[in-house]
Design a protein around this ligand. Structure first.
Ligand SMILES: Cc1cc2nc3c(=O)[nH]c(=O)nc-3n(C[C@H](O)[C@H](O)[C@H](O)COP(=O)(O)OP(=O)(O)OC[C@H]3O[C@@H](n4cnc5c(N)ncnc54)[C@H](O)[C@@H]3O)c2cc1C
Length: 474
């Protein structure tokens, strides 16, 4: 550490008070370790402001000293966007957990960036409203991070992704200025809609410190089923039927192949197989804010007709909320279960929904042809055309030799998605993992626009250098 950086940290320490600066090795550990252990970061310090003014102070002073800043909220991101490099500081939003306003009549709430996603859902539920963003990491992910990554999750089909749930933002810019865009308006056509620049920018354009979020009527009914289907084509047809039959009440439609579900059953404590012996499963959930008990009947009727027509092979309809939660545990434990099966190469692709069945079959065959014995754990938010097309190593193979083929596997999975007009990153973002894929797959004019936006808002490259935006000419 130079005298200059030591002086900077001392300045932060004075301004932020006790717990505001963490710089010892043990204390820094959680800020330099990422969820999947794909990277190990390094940092001068983690700085933990408690207010927007303190964030602005840190950004202004760090920028003046030429020290780069990596924003971190819950540190559950999956593409290395929040992993710092030596000489950088982590700016953690974890102490900014204020609820600034809740307006049940206007269906909005204003939260600070460090509020944990599960707490945000609870804040809404306390006033009989729904905040629908939901993902397996919701006990740790925070509002700043879910907006920074434009997170998706399990209810995008009905409510949209994080971007669709934001009405206004407060953001600290690279020179320390605070942009107050905290409007709770549904209509505001007064020029460029700046909030959308920051949502999904993964900490490269500004630090989100607070947000006005949309609320919805709380649900009164929920009907959940696990359905065995012959293939993904049938699953897509079942989705269309269920949406029509239920008056578009489908909020969740998660596909899972048998390889993945079997892994869950092998490794998940207390999880037994609800429907053994089939190749593909769909977890389907209908919800409605209307009181009554017609939703389960609607789901049952829809599934009966699907069984008659061969779109479904078998089904378990949850008879209680506890049983519905058990079915969801199968889906939620899928990523973790793969960890018990050795090394894996994970993807997060999207393709147009109509192309998803052919895409899956052809890509799976190509992966297995390249690596015999590779196990494709194929699951995802089918209603969004989003698959987590994950490959587990062949049983008994050397994990290092398998992981050495990462790029080759990526080309198989991404080239096919790209050819169908799909995306190499449906919801996890770019971070440091997929910058080269931005160059490879995105429209060059679009990449040049991204570079110009970055240069305009962060000319010094203070925020998250090397992430998301490829360097010009790189
Ligand atoms: C088990 C598991 C399941 C997951 N499931 C899903 C899923 O279904 N759908 C999905 O979309 N994602 C999923 N994710 C990925 C992850 O949870 C999301 O990306 C989440 O939105 C990250 O939130 P976070 O608070 O942890 O962000 P962090 O990891 O702290 O940060 C993520 C990125 O956002 C930036 N950032 C953080 N805070 C701010 C801020 N205040 N302002 C600006 N930029 C900021 C960081 O610099 C980084 O680039 C999952 C992750 C895990 C571990």
């Amino acid at each position: 550490m130079t005298a200059g950086t030591a002086a900077l940290l001392a300045e932060f320490d004075r301004r932020l008070g006790p717990g505001g600066v963490v710089s010892d090795t043990a204390g820094l550990e959680p800020y330099v370790t990422e969820w999947r252990k794909l990277w190990r970061g390094a940092a001068l310090a983690a700085v933990r402001p408690r207010s927007t003014a303190e964030v602005a102070f840190v950004v202004e002073r760090a920028a003046a000293a030429g020290v780069a800043i990596v924003a971190q909220s819950g540190n559950t991101g999956l593409v290395g966007g929040g992993v710092p490099d030596a000489g950088q500081i982590v700016l953690s939003l974890e102490r900014m957990t204020g609820v600034r306003a809740v307006d049940p009549a206007g269906f909005t709430m204003t939260l600070e960036a460090g509020v944990i996603l599960a707490d945000a859902q609870r804040v809404a539920a306390e006033v009989d409203r729904l905040f629908p963003l939901s993902l397996a990491a919701e006990g740790s992910a925070r509002i700043g991070g879910v907006l920074g990554t434009n997170a998706g999750g399990t209810q995008v089909l009905r409510y949209g992704n994080a971007r669709d749930l934001v009405l206004g933002l407060e953001v600290v810019l690279a020179d320390g200025q605070v942009w107050n865009g905290l409007k709770a308006l549904r209509k505001d056509n007064t020029g460029y809609d700046l909030r959308h620049l920051f949502v999904g920018s993964e900490g490269t354009l500004g630090i989100i410190t607070a947000a006005v979020l949309k609320l919805f009527p709380a649900n009164r009914q929920r009907a959940t089923a696990l359905v065995a289907v012959p293939d993904l084509g049938a699953a897509v047809a079942l989705l269309a039927r269920a949406r029509q039959a239920s008056g578009d009440a489908v909020t969740g439609f998660e596909a899972m192949n048998a390889i993945g579900v079997d892994m869950v059953v092998r490794h998940g404590t207390g999880i037994s197989h609800p429907l053994p012996g089939y190749g593909w499963y769909v977890l389907i959930e209908l919800t409605s804010p209307a009181a009554g008990d017609d939703l389960t009947r609607q789901l049952q009727a829809c599934l009966e007709s699907a069984l008659e027509d061969g779109l479904a092979l078998d089904a378990v309809v949850a008879q209680s909320s506890a049983q519905a939660n058990q079915l969801w545990r199968v889906r939620e434990f899928l990523s973790e279960a793969q960890g018990f099966e050795g090394a894996s190469i994970k993807h997060d692709v999207s393709v147009p929904i109509g192309a998803i069945a052919d895409y899956s079959a052809e890509t799976e065959a190509a992966v297995v042809a390249a690596i015999p014995g590779a196990r494709v754990v194929n699951f995802g938010h089918l209603g969004d055309g989003n698959l987590h097309f994950n490959i587990s190593q062949p049983i008994g193979a050397d994990p290092k030799a398998f992981l050495a083929r990462w790029d080759e596997v990526n080309r198989i999975v991404y080239d096919r998605a790209h050819a169908l007009g799909g995306s190499f990153s449906a919801e996890h973002g770019v971070g440091r993992l997929k910058v080269s894929d931005v160059v490879r797959y995105k429209d060059p004019v679009g990449v040049a626009m991204m570079q110009r936006v970055k240069a305009a808002l962060d000319p010094q490259g203070v925020f998250n250098p090397g992430k998301v935006v490829p360097p010009p000419g790189g």
